[in-house]
Unconditional design. Structure first.
Lengths: 445, 546
C-alpha cells in the first residue's frame, strides 16, 4: 500500500467503521516505506528496504475493550477484523481506568512534517550520500562507519464519536563515526531532518573527521568536578531523561524526582536556573511534529519549564480526569531556548574547562534525584584561556540533569540535534555547566 | 521487540509516557490465533518464490526468513489489570548477495508477486551498493541440511495457558506485595514465540519453534514524611522455557542470607512477599562508605556484568569495527587474541559461548543464516582464546566455519552477529555461598541487577544491584544502599579469586540486548555461580536536588 492521502484514508476508515456494532469503536491506520544503508571499515555493510502497513481497531462495550489488527483492506477483511475486536472486547476484563473515546477535536493547521525530497529517496540517493561521506573519510586517510536511513509514513485515526485525524511525515537520519587508522582518535556527527535536501553527508563527515584527528594522543587528567561545555547532542541525552520523567501520575504517586513529601509535587516551583525555558511546539519550523497525539488529543505549544519553574506535566487522560489537572499529552519533541553565542564563542569565554562532544551509555542510577551515569566519547578536549589546548581521555560521569541545570553558566544558540540513545530529535543549545561530576577515567577511544 | 516499546506497552518505568507510539510491535491478534502454526510446506513454497526471483535477477546467494513472531503481555498494577496484549508479526525477509554486496528487503505482503518484488528490490539495493565496497562479501562454506526442524524442549506452551490463570497469578503477586507493605506494585508476564523458517540457496529449509518467558515485577515503597522512595525488582530471570518456569519445586530454591533465590524455576508470589519486606529494609539501610570492597556477586547480578564486560567485547563484529558508529568497538583486539597470552582474567576465569544450553534464551538448533549451533571456549584459564563469529567474518580470524551467532529480531530486520549465551563456568572445588561470605573480611554481597553502563570499548563500567549486604569479618551485618561499583574489565576479571561450584550455577539474562542500526533486540542468557572479586572500587550514589 502506498502512502494514502487524507481523503483516501478517510474513505477507508469510514468504510471500516460502518461494520462496527460495538458501543464505541476507534481505528488507527498507518503505513510506511523506509530504507537504510550502513557502512563500516570504509565499506558498505548491510542495507535494506522495508514496507509495512496496519489498521488497528479497538471496540468497546462499557469499560471492556478489545483490539485487533489487520494489513489487508478488502471489504471482507475489514469486516472480519471489526468482528474480531468486538469478540475480544466481550471477553476482556473490565478496565476501571478505561476512558470513553474522544469526540471531534480542533487541531491546529497541519505542521510541515512531510518533505517530497525525502519521500522520493531511493537506494541510489542513499548510496550517493554514503559515497560522499566515504570519499571525505578516505581523502583524510581515516576510517568511517555510518548509518543513513529514511522513512515516509502516514497515520490516521477515526472513531465512532466523530473524531478524525491525519498526518503524514518524513524523516531522514544520518550519523557518522570517523576513526584514525591507528584507533587513537575518534569523532562523531549526527543529524536528523524532515527534508533530505538539508542533509550534507560530506560536511557532517568533515566535522567528525576533524574531531577524530584532533582527539589523537589524549592525555589523562584527574576525574573530579569541572566546568564543561556540552555540545547539543550531549545535552540531548542528559535532558531527555528529564523530559521522559515529567509524568504527572508518577509525580503525584510519590515516585518521581518531581515528588515532594506528603504527596505533593514540585509543579509550579523553581526547579532549575531561571534562564532555563523548555517547551514543545508542533509548528516550530525547524522541528515540526504531528498536531495530534496517538490517542487523538491535540498537541499544542506547551511550556514545560519557564524561567526555571515547572509549568506543566504531561498526563494520561484517565489521570487528568481523576485529579482535575490539565489534560496534556506527552510531546513528540522538546525545545530548549538558547542564547546567541556559537559553540566557538562559548569556548572562547572559558578560562578552564572541558569540551564534551558526545555522551554515551546513559543509564539511571537513582530515579529520586535523576542521577545518571555514562561516559564521554568520540572527542573530549581540555580548554584553557579560551582555547582548546589538548585532547583528554574519556571520563565516566555521575550527574543529574537537575543539578546540571542549576549549575548553568551559559547557553549557546539552539540547533536541531538527535539523541544517540533514543533517536529522538530536539532543538537544544550547547550548554556551559559548572561543577559537572566526573568519577573515573576510561581507556576507550 | 525493542526495550523502549516494551517499556511503552507495559507502562513500567517513568519513561513510559513520552516515548513515541509503538512502531513495529506487530499486529494484535486473539490468544487462540497464537496457537495456529503455519505449515512448513507453505513456507517452503513462499521461500522458493523468493530464492528463484533473486537468482533470476542475478543474486549469487540468497537466504529467506519467513517469520511469525508472537508476543503476549499481561500487565497489572496493584488490584487492576492494565493491559492484555497479543501481537503477531508475520512477514518475509530476503537477503541476497549480488555483485559481491549484501542487499535486503522485507515485506508483510505474502502473495507471490509481492515476495518476488521484494526479492528484486533486495537485488537492486545490493547492486546499487556494490560501488561502495572495498572487497566482495566472503561467506564461510555452509552445507545445506535439506528439510529439518528444531523445537525448544518446553514442557508447557505459555500461549496455551488461559489468560485468566495468568491474570490471577499476577493479581496474587500484587496482593502479596501490598499486604507486605508495598505502596505500589507493577507486575508483568511477557511471553514470546518465534516461529522461524529459514531457506537458502545452500539447500537448507529449516523450521524452528522457539519459546521465551519473563515474569517480573517492580515494587515501590514511599516514606510519606520524607518523600523518599525505594524500589525492589523481581529476582526472576527471563528464560528460554515454557510456562513450567513458574512452577518452582523445592529443588529450584536456594536459601541464602538474602532470602530465597531461584534456580531453573521461579516462585513469583514468594519473591513478591520477600521483596515487600526487603524494600522496607532498603529504606532503613545504611548509606555506603565509598572505598575498596571485596564483592561477592550473586548470579542474579553477575549475569549483566558478564554480558557487558565479556559478552560484548568478544563479539567479532565489534572487534573488527562494524559497530564503531553505534555500539562501539572492543578492547579485545585481534593482536591480543593472536598473542595467545592476553590475560583477560585470573586463572579461575573460564568463559564459554553456547548456543545450545537448554532453557537459555539463546538456545536454537540453527542460527539465522542456517548454521548448526554449538559451544566453544572464549576465555580459558583467564586467556582470550576465541570470539563470536558469523559466516561473513569467519575468514578474518582464520575459521573455516561460522560459529552460528547470526540473528535478526524480526522478519523485517536484517540478520547480523549477535551474542551467544556467554557464561562463567563454575569453580571446580566445592564452594558454597556461605563459604564465600565467611571468607571475606570487608565486603559487599550483591543480589539482583540494577543500573548498568560501560564504555564503547568495554573498559570502564559501573553497576548497581537490587540488594546490597555489608560483610564484616565473614558475617553479614546489615543492608547498605547508594552502592555502585566501578572498574576496568581486565582488572576486574583479574581480581576474581573464587567461584562457587556447579550446585550454585544459575542463568540470568535479558530480552533486550540492543545492537545495530536500525537497532535490534536480542535475548541472551548468562550463567554463573556466586563469585568473589577482591578490592573493587565502590562509590556512593546519593545526591540532593533540593
Amino acid at each position: 500500500m502506498a502512502i494514502l492521502t487524507k481523503e483516501q484514508a478517510k474513505a477507508l476508515l469510514t468504510k471500516a467503521i460502518s461494520y462496527s456494532k460495538a458501543e464505541q469503536c476507534e481505528l488507527n491506520l498507518s503505513g510506511s516505506d523506509s530504507g537504510n544503508i550502513r557502512y563500516a571499515r570504509n565499506s558498505v555493510s548491510t542495507s535494506g528496504g522495508i514496507s509495512t502497513n496496519s489498521l488497528v481497531i479497538t471496540s468497546a462495550f462499557g469499560k471492556k475493550s478489545g483490539t485487533a489488527t489487520i494489513n489487508e483492506f478488502d471489504d471482507a477483511s475489514l469486516e472480519k477484523v471489526v468482528r474480531r475486536s468486538e469478540e475480544l472486547a466481550r471477553l476482556a476484563p473490565e478496565n476501571p481506568e478505561f476512558m470513553s473515546f474522544l469526540g471531534p477535536q480542533q487541531y491546529g493547521t497541519d505542521s510541515p512534517t512531510f518533505s517530497d525530497s525525502t519521500a522520493a529517496m531511493s537506494a541510489k540517493e542513499r548510496a550517493d550520500a554514503v559515497q560522499a561521506s566515504l570519499s571525505q573519510a578516505k581523502e583524510n586517510k581515516l576510517t568511517a562507519a555510518g548509518f543513513l536511513s529514511n522513512r515516509m509514513g502516514f497515520s490516521a485515526m477515526m472513531n465512532s464519536k466523530g473524531l478524525f485525524a491525519y498526518n503524514k511525515a518524513t524523516n531522514v537520519a544520518f550519523n557518522i563515526t570517523v576513526r584514525t587508522q591507528d584507533g587513537k582518535g575518534s569523532g562523531y556527527a549526527t543529524r536528523g531532518y524532515n527534508d533530505f535536501k538539508k542533509l550534507n553527508t560530506k560536511t557532517d563527515t568533515a566535522v567528525a573527521a576533524k574531531k577524530a584527528l584532533a582527539s589523537v594522543a589524549a592525555k589523562a587528567i584527574e576525574p573530579g568536578k569541572y566546568t564543561v561545555i556540552l555540545e547539543p547532542t550531549a545535552v540531548a541525552v542528559m535532558l531527555e531523561n528529564l523530559f521522559f520523567n515529567m509524568d504527572a501520575r508518577q509525580a503525584d504517586e510519590g515516585r518521581s524526582f518531581m515528588s515532594k513529601p506528603g504527596g505533593k509535587t514540585k509543579l509550579g516551583e523553581q526547579l532549575v536556573d531561571e534562564r532555563v525555558n523548555i517547551y514543545s511546539d508542533p509548528w516550530n519550523a525547524e522541528l515540526p511534529t504531528a498536531v495530534w497525539a496517538s490517542d487523538g488529543r491535540p498537541q499544542q505549544k506547551i511550556n514545560w519549564i519557564e524561567k526555571g519553574v515547572v509549568k506543566n506535566l504531561y498526563t494520561s487522560r484517565y489521570w487528568a480526569q481523576k485529579t482535575g489537572i490539565k489534560d496534556i499529552p506527552s510531546p513528540d519533541g522538546a525545545i530548549m531556548q538558547g542564547g546567541t553565542k556559537s559553540l566557538e564563542e562559548l569556548i572562547k569565554g572559558t578560562e578552564k574547562g572541558i569540551l564534551v562532544t558526545r555522551l554515551w551509555y546513559i543509564r539511571s542510577v537513582d530515579p529520586q534525584t535523576l542521577l545518571l551515569t555514562g561516559l564521554t566519547r568520540d572527542g573530549t578536549f581540555y580548554i584553557e584561556n579560551g582555547e582548546i589546548k589538548f585532547p583528554i581521555k574519556n571520563f565516566r560521569f555521575n550527574e543529574s540533569p537537575i543539578i546540571m541545570l542549576n549549575n548553568l553558566d551559559e547557553m549557546g544558540k539552539s540547533e536541531r540535534t538527535v539523541s544517540a540513545e533514543s533517536d529522538t530529535n530536539y532543538l537544544l543549545p550547547p550548554l556551559k555547566i559548572k561543577d559537572f561530576t566526573f568519577t573515573s577515567l576510561s581507556d576507550a577511544v | 521487540m525493542k526495550r523502549r516499546n516494551f517499556i511503552y506497552l507495559t507502562g513500567v518505568g517513568a519513561t513510559a509516557a513520552m516515548l513515541p507510539a509503538i512502531p513495529v510491535l506487530g499486529n494484535e491478534i486473539s490468544p487462540e490465533r497464537a496457537l495456529e502454526y503455519i505449515d512448513p510446506a507453505a513456507k517452503k513454497i513462499m521461500s522458493d518464490v523468493a530464492l528463484n526471483a533473486a537468482r533470476s535477477k542475478g543474486a549469487t546467494y540468497t537466504d529467506v526468513r519467513v517469520g511469525r513472531y508472537l508476543n503476549q503481555f499481561v500487565v497489572t498494577r496493584e488490584d487492576k489489570v492494565e493491559n492484555i496484549v497479543n501481537t503477531e508479526s508475520y512477514g518475509i525477509g530476503i537477503r541476497v548477495i549480488a555483485n559481491g554486496s549484501w542487499g535486503f528487503s522485507a515485506t508483510d505482503k505474502m502473495d507471490r508477486d509481492s515476495i518476488a518484488k521484494a526479492a528484486e528490490l533486495a537485488v537492486s539495493i545490493a547492486k546499487e551498493n556494490a560501488r561502495l565496497l572495498i572487497e566482495p562479501v566472503q561467506l564461510a562454506p555452509q552445507k545445506g541440511y535439506g528439510e529439518v526442524s528444531w523445537k525448544a524442549p518446553i514442557e508447557k506452551n505459555s500461549f496455551e495457558v488461559p489468560i485468566k490463570e495468568k491474570v490471577d497469578l499476577l493479581l496474587s503477586v500484587n496482593d502479596a506485595a501490598m499486604k507486605g507493605g508495598a505502596d505500589y506494585v507493577n507486575s508483568i508476564l511477557f511471553m514470546v514465540n518465534e516461529q522461524k523458517y529459514f531457506a537458502s540457496t545452500d539447500g537448507s529449509y529449516i523450521d524452528q519453534d522457539i519459546h521465551r518467558i519473563w515474569p517480573t515485577f517492580f515494587i515501590t515503597k514511599i516514606d510519606k514524611t520524607t518523600g523518599k522512595f525505594e524500589t525492589r525488582n523481581a529476582l526472576s530471570a527471563p528464560s528460554g522455557k515454557g510456562y513450567e518456569y513458574l512452577d518452582a519445586k523445592p529443588q529450584d530454591k536456594i536459601q541464602t542470607a538474602s532470602g530465597t533465590l531461584y534456580k531453573g524455576r521461579y516462585d513469583m508470589i514468594e519473591d513478591a512477599k520477600q521483596a515487600a519486606v526487603q524494600v522496607g529494609e532498603k529504606m532503613k539501610a545504611k548509606s555506603v562508605e565509598p572505598g575498596k570492597y571485596d564483592l561477592v556477586l550473586d548470579p542474579s547480578h553477575l549475569w549483566l556484568t558478564i554480558h557487558e564486560s565479556c559478552g560484548h567485547p568478544t563479539e567479532l563484529d565489534r572487534v573488527l569495527g562494524y559497530e564503531a558508529n553505534f555500539a562501539g568497538t572492543s578492547f579485545l583486539t585481534l593482536d591480543k587474541w593472536e598473542s595467545k597470552k592476553f590475560n583477560y582474567g585470573s586463572k579461575e576465569v573460564n568463559i564459554t559461548a553456547d548456543k545450545t544450553e537448554i532453557g537459555s534464551l539463546g538456545a536454537v538448533g540453527y542460527d539465522d543464516e542456517g548454521v548448526k549451533c554449538g559451544k566453544w571456549d572464549v576465555i580459558k584459564e583467564g586467556i582470550l582464546v576465541n570470539y563470536q563469529a558469523i559466516r561473513d567474518q569467519a575468514h578474518i580470524v582464520g575459521l573455516d566455519h561460522s560459529q552460528g551467532c547470526c540473528y535478526a529480531d524480526n522478519w523485517s530486520s536484517v540478520q547480523f552477529q549477535r551474542m551467544a549465551n556467554i557464561s562463567l563456568q563454575p569453580g571446580k572445588q566445592p564452594l558454597t555461598i556461605a563459604d564465600q561470605i565467611k571468607n571475606v573480611e570487608k565486603g559487599i554481597y550483591i543480589v539482583g541487577d540494577g543500573s548498568f553502563s560501560i564504555d564503547q570499548q568495554r573498559y570502564n563500567f559501573q553497576f548497581g544491584g537490587q540488594l546490597y549486604y555489608e560483610i564484616k569479618e565473614g558475617k553479614i551485618i546489615g543492608m547498605l544502599k547508594d552502592v555502585a561499583y566501578q572498574a576496568n574489565s581486565q582488572e576486574f576479571w583479574n581480581s576474581c579469586v573464587a567461584i562457587c561450584d556447579q550446585s550454585d550455577y544459575r542463568l540470568g539474562g535479558s530480552f533486550f540486548d540492543g545492537k545495530g542500526q536500525p537497532s535490534q533486540s536480542s535475548a541472551v542468557s548468562h550463567g554463573s555461580s556466586t563469585t568473589r572479586f577482591n578490592k573493587v572500587n565502590v562509590i556512593n550514589t546519593a545526591r540532593k536536588i533540593g
